[in-house]
Design a protein around this ligand. Structure first.
Ligand SMILES: *Cc1c(COP(=O)(O)O)cnc(C)c1O
Length: 437
């Protein structure tokens, strides 16, 4: 396959004249890997096609939401049907209740749901609720973790911010940043120390599997220890399951790791590709939200009928246990094959590559590994990743354009797609190996 991007180049230059940096979310601009991003025309199943007519097996999957693949038939039908009935009422609908009931079957310890529009909003709302519930101000987060772009969370943020080399952002007041305490992921002692040193901690917010520095699973017992430490100090534990919710299992990371959070932020998969997010939690805390309580939170588009329809259609087939077994199988095959290909290129023996996976989330780190936190992720050879990325793109495989993102596998990916990916990876690892010094 020979990827030509003549039309994409022209279209991206045109975009750059009117859209900031040519994009609407930073990592899409290819700043971390160089070159021009393909301008996408359409997606179908596990594949996307750009305006030059190149087709790629896609492991970005909209950065996580598209667990059923692109333009999945039932999802398209649900959105189309909903659209013919009106695109928004700013009023209760039966579907909103139904979606909330589905979310509560996945998180049975919770009794209430508030629907909203983005993961940023969900994390922001969970934090506000925790502060209101405890009467405290500080929040603990992990270095490199991404919890959306609200002011208090742009302190050593991951993904785009990490890639851009700006650990925190101008425009965030120092006083706001000072309410956030940053600890390393997988380090329970750091959390205990922070809780002992500061009695004003309302909550710790954590990605139970870090996904925004690449895929970094929690060490055994870490999440349970977090819950114990937070509760011992009267603080809440917020799980940001925006990425892991309905990705790792129907009950998210809380099901997989057998641990319960006090509040859970959800987004991505629950909107089936449309903007939708939620906070779920116990009635006692959630009912602090207006109109039941005094904590303000609102949204013109919250519970939008198209997004709710797409969410319901996406979550329905995930309720079968077969779905996650299939994703686990694809993930295991892909990870094992990648490890083999990297070993063949001499990268594993040379301690240059380490592959980490949690279910259908995966990252090829260009470092010795294991990558257990942000500090370790920063040792990655991002130039080797860029070479690997471009070799894969050239071979028709679309990976995230940054070392510090997770790949996502969908139920639309076939065994043949995995095989093609591994064939491409064999060559791509060799070309990355040739770039190493
Ligand atoms: C994507 C993501 C967010 C932000 O969600 P948006 O919908 O992009 O605002 C927050 N937390 C995690 C863990 C994410 O992966």
């Amino acid at each position: 396959m020979m990827v030509r991007l003549a039309k994409s180049k022209v279209a991206f230059e045109q975009a750059c004249r009117v859209l900031v940096g040519g994009v609407n979310s930073p990592v899409r601009a290819f700043g971390a890997v160089g070159g021009t991003p393909p301008v996408i025309a359409f997606g179908e199943g596990a594949k996307i096609t750009d305006i030059d007519g190149n087709t790629y097996i896609d492991y970005v999957c909209g950065y996580g939401p598209l667990i059923l693949g692109h333009a999945q038939e039932q999802v398209v039908t649900a959105i189309t049907k909903a659209a013919t009935r009106g695109s928004g009422f700013g009023a209760p609908t039966e579907d909103q209740t139904q979606l909330a009931e589905v979310l509560l079957t996945a998180y049975p310890q919770a009794q209430r749901v508030r629907l909203m529009n983005s993961g940023t909003e969900a994390c922001m709302t969970a934090i506000r609720l925790a502060r209101a519930a405890t009467g405290r101000n500080k929040i603990i987060k992990c270095a490199g973790a991404y919890h959306g772009h609200a002011d208090s969370m742009l302190v050593q943020a991951g993904s785009g911010a990490l890639t851009l080399g700006v650990p925190s952002s101008p425009g965030v007041p120092a006083a706001t940043a000072a309410t956030t305490i940053v600890v390393p992921f997988n380090d329970i002692d750091a959390v205990r120390k922070a809780l002992e040193a500061d009695k004003d901690v309302a909550a710790m917010i954590v990605e139970p599997v870090c996904g925004n520095i690449g895929t970094v699973p929690p060490q055994k017992g870490y999440l349970q220890a977090l819950a114990r430490a937070c509760h011992a100090h009267g603080a809440l534990l917020i799980f940001d399951e925006v990425m892991t919710g309905f990705r790792l299992a129907f009950g998210g990371a809380q099901e997989v790791y057998d641990v319960l959070a006090d509040l859970t932020a959800l987004a991505k998969i629950i909107g089936g590709g449309l903007p939708l997010a939620a906070v779920v939690g116990p009635a006692a805390t959630m009912d602090l939200l207006a109109p039941a309580g005094p904590v303000y939170q609102a949204g013109t588009h919250s519970g939008n009928p198209l997004a709710v329809a797409a969410g319901l259609a996406t979550l329905a087939p995930l309720r079968t246990s077969a779905a996650y077994g299939r994703l686990e199988g694809l993930g295991a095959d892909l990870a094992a094959g990648l490890r083999q290909a990297a070993a063949k290129a001499g990268l594993v023996a040379a301690d240059r590559v380490c592959i980490q996976r949690a279910g259908s989330m995966l990252t090829v780190f260009f470092t010795a590994g294991p990558v257990t936190n942000y500090q370790a992720a920063r040792t990655c050879d991002t130039r080797a990743y860029a070479a690997f990325f471009h070799a894969m793109l050239e071979a028709g495989v679309n990976l995230p354009p940054s070392q510090f993102e997770s790949w996502f596998i969908s139920l639309a990916h076939s065994d043949g797609d995995i095989r093609h990916t591994l064939d491409a990876a064999a060559d791509a690892f060799s070309s990355a190996a040739a770039r190493l010094t």
